[in-house]
Design a protein around this ligand. Structure first.
Ligand code: ATP
Length: 500
């Protein structure tokens, strides 16, 4: 489904829209989520929490969004969190130099490329300003994307909005390791907002200045990187891997990938598998996914091994998760800057060491945008065309719509009673009594509600209702009293609609 259709739907149904939209000239790259969009967003985080964080026994924290300058000095952000930019001399528009070249050449421009090399490529490929078609650019220079905030009445305390959520995970690690009675490997997770002064925010949620991240940092003893007790659960699970030598992804099970040294260690393969399984649960088809290995000049300087988890969309491959083996870079950097000893000792081992870290750093908004754009379908049924969103029940905004056929003869009250009963079981219900039943179905279909219950005259006689499935549009007659358990089973994939 083209991106435009999703954006139109998002605006029409207020899934997401620009922040401060009633003010002309509000900065771009800031987004609000309306009631339905926010429900989907929250469910994406909940599913990640259930499938990855809780299943793996990780600890979840909620850190501050503003952190002192020293943190970002230690993390390297102040020195090197910068994108190369150029300005068009004709219209003054500012662009990311690497993106201009990548778009012109349809290739990947390594992050490590120097400003001189980028300037050369701009000339060599005759790159034009996308806005005015001008070809005369200023020098390429680096622009730091950190957003500064001065704290205190005198503004004497320079602080920054976090550009990624993980720094507080590194800062909290020593405290949690001491107080939570845990051992290595230890995973710490966090979801929340990150802020980057992106030069060219675009494609709505895909490149924003404020965006959500779900990050997991796994701390481990580097000597035990191949000691993964649950590896057997994934050893035969196939990952879609695209190594530096491959032109396209190929499926390979975790065991083989480690044995052939395509993935350097079991711990890394294990978490790549868990990530792929979790994003599959978001409804993203396996054949549209790949883990792309990053070359040395493309990956972050602190990373020993990097795999970008990408999904194929009509906009091309979009990165949703950065998977990096960060070694001891972060803890060592914070230990030096804060002058604290961040070494730990493992039980039964005398030697203290700084743990290594493997991270899964995912974008919430990008995941939402990509999941929705792949789920949005149109279908011709006779002369009619219908739009529906094939979202998995667990990330659908509501599990079920409840509709009285008419507001008379007790049907409204009966439908309200059913709604209350379902809500009391913790199920997410959307109640609608306005308009024809066909229109009510269409309204829930296009925002991905997987089931609908209609209360009609038969309900009043025999206590049964119509249960309709969004994707097949099939309807079954079921007892209203059985709905809570039935819907819960449908939501959690314990039963298929066709088997009812
Ligand atoms: P890109 O190369 O696309 O700019 P990145 O490599 O800088 O992304 P990371 O710093 O590794 O991204 O961030 C981890 C994840 O956070 C990304 O995979 C993506 O899902 C999300 N993310 C990063 N920047 C943005 C942004 N500006 N808007 C929305 N999501 C983002």
């Amino acid at each position: 489904m083209p991106k435009e259709d999703l954006v139109n739907l998002a605006l029409r149904r207020s899934l997401f829209y620009s922040a401060a939209e009633i003010y002309a000239g509000s900065p771009s790259g800031f987004w609000e989520f309306g009631p339905v969009g926010e429900k989907i967003r929250r469910k994406i985080i909940d599913l990640w929490r259930k499938e990855l964080v809780e299943r793996e026994g990780f600890l979840e924290i909620f850190g501050a969004q503003i952190l002192p300058e020293a943190v970002f000095k230690a993390s390297g952000h102040l020195a090197s969190f910068a994108d190369p930019i150029v300005q068009c001399k004709k219209c003054n528009a500012t662009h990311r130099a690497d993106q201009l070249i990548a778009e012109k050449t349809n290739g990947i421009v390594p992050e490590s490329m120097s400003t001189e090399e980028l300037a050369k490529l701009i000339k060599q490929h005759d790159v034009q300003c996308p806005k005015c078609k001008g070809k005369d650019f200023t020098e390429v220079r680096k622009f730091n994307m950190m957003m500064k905030v001065d704290i205190g009445a005198t503004g004497q305390q320079p602080c920054y909005l976090r550009p990624e959520t993980c720094q507080s995970i590194f800062l909290d690690f020593p405290r949690l390791f001491k107080t939570m009675r845990v051992q290595l490997p230890l995973g710490i997770a966090q979801s929340g907002s990150s802020f980057r002064n992106e030069i060219a925010p675009r494609n709505t949620l895909l490149r924003a200045r404020e965006f959500g991240q779900m990050e997991i940092e796994v701390f481990f003893n580097p000597k035990k990187i191949n000691e993964v007790p649950r590896f057997s659960e994934v050893e035969n699970y196939k990952l879609n891997l695209q190594t530096l030598k491959d032109k396209s992804p190929r499926a390979m099970n975790c065991k083989e990938a480690v044995e052939k040294k395509i993935i350097s260690a079991k711990l890394i393969a294990y978490y790549l598998a868990r990530a792929q399984q979790c994003w599959h649960a978001f409804g993203i088809p396996i054949e549209k996914m790949r883990f792309r290995q990053l070359a040395d000049d493309e990956k972050a300087f602190y990373s020993r091994e990097s795999w970008d988890f990408e999904v194929e969309t009509e906009l091309g491959w979009v990165e949703l998760i950065a998977c990096n083996y960060r070694t001891d870079y972060d803890l060592a950097g914070h230990a030096k800057e804060s002058k604290q000893d961040l070494k730990v000792k493992e039980e039964g081992c005398e030697e203290a060491f700084i743990p290594h870290v493997f991270e899964l750093s995912a974008g919430i908004d990008r995941t939402l945008f990509v999941a929705l754009s792949l789920a949005l379908k149109t279908e011709k049924r006779g002369p009619e065309e219908r739009t529906f969103m094939e979202l998995p029940p667990r990330i659908a905004p509501y599990l079920v719509g409840v509709f009285p056929l008419m507001k008379k003869d007790g049907m409204l009250e009966k439908a309200q009673e059913i709604e209350e009963e379902l809500v009391s079981y913790g199920l997410d219900v959307f109640f609608d009594e306005v308009g024809s039943i066909g229109k009510r179905y269409a309204r829930v279909d296009e925002v991905g509600v997987p089931f609908a219950v209609t209360v009609d005259y038969d309900t009043m006689k025999d206590g049964t209702v119509t249960l309709r499935e969004r994707d097949s549009m099939e309807q079954k007659r079921v007892k209203a009293a059985e709905l809570p358990l039935l819907l819960w089973k449908l939501q959690n994939n314990k039963i298929k609609f066709k088997d009812i």
